[in-house]
Design a binder for this molecule. Structure first.
Ligand code: MG
Length: 241
């Protein structure tokens, strides 16, 4: 119904992988999430694991035909509180991004914070469904720099919002229309710092399977330098269950 594939890679520069992902089957779809940790040492990994685990729990509570977002939002609020608690326990600067989507026939319910991304690929089109909560993302929106300049900008990893940082979890929730055969991509910035949107589209379209596409994306990011951890989750949207 909803074919999917996922892969994560440490990249070529980092000595550990602070990204995390999950794919949770729903009765009528699939819930995907990518989180990218920050805070150094073990902190980033702990934060991204907490975020992803909250989606595992929320995914098991989603019922057919009922909106998923309230469950996802509650779970993320709880993950935010847990990360904050641990950050105050000596893991300063701990936090993570989270981009999650409950993919079901006709729509994807998205919850997003940080600079990981969700994309929708349809025919020859690729569209970013999430807004980068980053300094360079804001500069692109204000037409101060181009998307390509943002990819190389020295401050490209400065986040304006992150899970576990600040009083409340300042995430964005949206619902976006999908059609059967659309492909959704959830990814960390280790992919998008190296590959343009059109390159991502070419790589996905040029492969026979989502599994091969996931591998091709990771290989291309590594060939371009692999400066960060790289995580991708791909879902091909199905028709009505
Ligand atoms: Mg990253």
């Amino acid at each position: 119904m909803h074919d999917h594939a996922a892969a994560t890679d440490i990249g070529r520069v980092r000595d550990h992988n602070e990204d995390a992902y999950t794919v949770v089957p729903l009765i009528d779809g699939v819930l995907c999430a990518v989180a990218d940790g920050m805070g150094g040492h073990a902190a980033g990994e702990v934060a991204s694991e907490l975020a992803v685990e909250s989606m595992n729990v929320a995914g098991r509570l989603v019922r057919r035909g009922e909106t998923a977002l309230p469950l996802l939002e509650q779970a993320v609020d709880e993950a935010h509180a847990k990360i904050r608690e641990q950050a105050q326990d000596g893991r300063q600067g701990m936090g993570c991004t989270l981009t999650a989507g409950a993919v079901r026939p006709g729509q994807v319910e998205l919850l997003h914070i940080g600079d990981s991304r969700a994309y929708r690929l349809r025919g020859d089109e690729i569209e970013q469904l999430t807004k980068d909560d980053s300094l360079v993302g804001e500069m692109v929106r204000q037409n101060l720099i181009s998307r390509e300049e943002a990819q190389r900008h020295p401050s490209r990893s400065v986040l304006l919002r992150a899970l576990g940082v600040g009083e409340v979890a300042d995430f964005t929730s949206t619902t976006v229309e999908v059609q059967a055969k659309d492909v959704l991509l959830f990814c960390s910035d280790g992919l998008t710092t190296h590959l343009t949107d059109s390159r991502i589209r070419e790589l996905v379209q040029g492969q026979r399977s989502l599994k091969k596409a996931a591998q091709a994306l990771i290989e291309a990011a590594n060939e371009a330098g692999g400066v960060d951890n790289i995580t991708v989750v791909l879902v091909r949207c199905g028709g009505p269950a």
